[in-house]
Design a binder for this molecule. Structure first.
Ligand code: ATP
Length: 349
């Protein structure tokens, strides 16, 4: 059963519609990432759930109760912002215990809880430290502990790691994921970074211009994007429209892509298909093979992989390979491009 159910949520700022008909059900203990580009409505949706913003219309149920009129302080929601908003005049322990103090929890009890949470986020011993004397990563942990101190029903995070360097960011992503599993708290995490979303979410909700484009597990949205926007956003790169005739080879710009099997064999007419870069094969160019012939215009090393970009006329293809060997093609080389249609995905029109 859904713990949080959003139905037909709309939000307008004057004549501008920031959220259009958002429908989403979130199960208890689920870790959801709201993913999308700048201005797509992620923060607005999170703020509406937190009670920091009002919806224009729609229904919001938490444990089957409408909570839209419950004020923000009574919603039992813990929130971590990009700008952490720690209280500079309070020390670490007081920051963490703040929400409990506001709720009238006895001093001993709240200090006890703050110490426990400091241990959970790996900062035991820093209870009395002024927050001004913490590193960026330590501040993040204090903000997380503060949000969790009230034992929230919902744990909301808005791009909490975007100001941190890549190494620390990755480290904290893993920590937050483990902590969330350990506590079982329902979590909604806003990010514009698909890698971050893939690495931490149980389910990714991709927003575009105020609408949900797709909601699914990381594997589903990565391997089976349901719209072109999602395919682009998840880095599929190779997206093109091809002509299909049942029982016959599929052609692209005169090149033979092979004869489709399975559901793809039933297609007829023009369809958009997507192929991930790791499924492309490159071979020395041979005009006789009927492969697509592309010209390499960019090669870059991405740590564990090498990415090669090729142009076929106006089209761009992207190929990746593991970087255990030197790139086989250099800028200006011609290469044959092929892939198994079994690895291609039809994007519904
Ligand atoms: P980012 O990743 O850049 O933070 P976002 O997806 O979180 O983007 P929102 O902050 O939710 O986007 O904003 C969605 C849209 O609503 C944007 O076009 C923004 O300019 C607009 N918007 C947000 N708050 C207000 C406001 N108070 N008044 C007017 N427009 C607003």
């Amino acid at each position: 059963m859904a713990q949080l159910a959003l139905s037909n949520i709309q939000k307008s700022f004057g004549t501008f519609q920031a959220l259009k008909d958002v429908n989403l059900e979130i199960a208890s203990g689920e870790f959801i990432c709201l993913l999308g580009g700048s201005g797509c409505g992620k923060t607005t949706l999170l703020r509406i759930i937190a009670g920091l913003e009002t919806k224009t219309s729609g229904e919001m149920l938490l444990d089957d109760q409408d909570f839209s009129t419950v004020n923000c302080h009574q919603r039992n929601v813990g929130m971590v912002f990009q700008s952490l908003a720690l209280f500079p005049h309070l020390n670490v322990g007081q920051n963490i215990a703040y929400g409990l103090e506001v709720r009238g929890v006895h001093k001993d009890k709240r200090q006890d809880r703050a110490r426990k949470l400091l241990e959970v986020v790996g900062l035991s011993g820093l209870f009395d430290r002024p927050v001004s004397a913490l590193s960026g990563g330590q501040r993040q942990r204090v903000a997380i502990a503060r949000a969790l101190a009230i034992e929230p029903k919902l744990f909301l995070m808005d791009e909490p790691f975007s100001a941190l360097d890549a190494g620390l960011r990755e480290h904290l992503q893993i920590e937050v994921k483990k902590l969330q599993r350990q506590l079982g708290v329902t979590t909604i995490f806003v990010t514009h970074d698909q890698h971050e979303a893939m690495s931490i979410a149980d389910r990714i909700v991709i927003l575009n211009e105020g609408r949900i484009e797709q909601a699914g597990t990381p594997t589903e949205v990565y391997a089976h994007p349901s719209t072109r926007f999602v395919a682009d956003f998840m880095g599929t790169n190779n997206i093109f429209t091809s002509e299909f005739t049942p029982g016959q080879a599929t052609m692209l710009d005169g090149a033979n892509l092979g004869t489709p099997s399975g559901d793809m064999a039933k297609l007829s007419g023009k369809h958009t298909i997507a192929v991930r870069p790791e499924y492309l094969r490159l071979a020395p160019a041979n005009e006789d093979t009927g492969d697509l012939i592309g010209t390499v215009n960019f090669v870059r090393l991405l740590g564990a992989s090498i990415e090669t970009e090729l142009k076929v006329g106006e089209r761009t293809f992207v190929h990746t390979q593991v970087s255990d060997r030197a790139p086989e093609f250099a800028v200006g080389d011609k290469a044959g491009i092929s892939f198994d249609l079994d690895h291609a995905w039809v994007i519904p029109s």
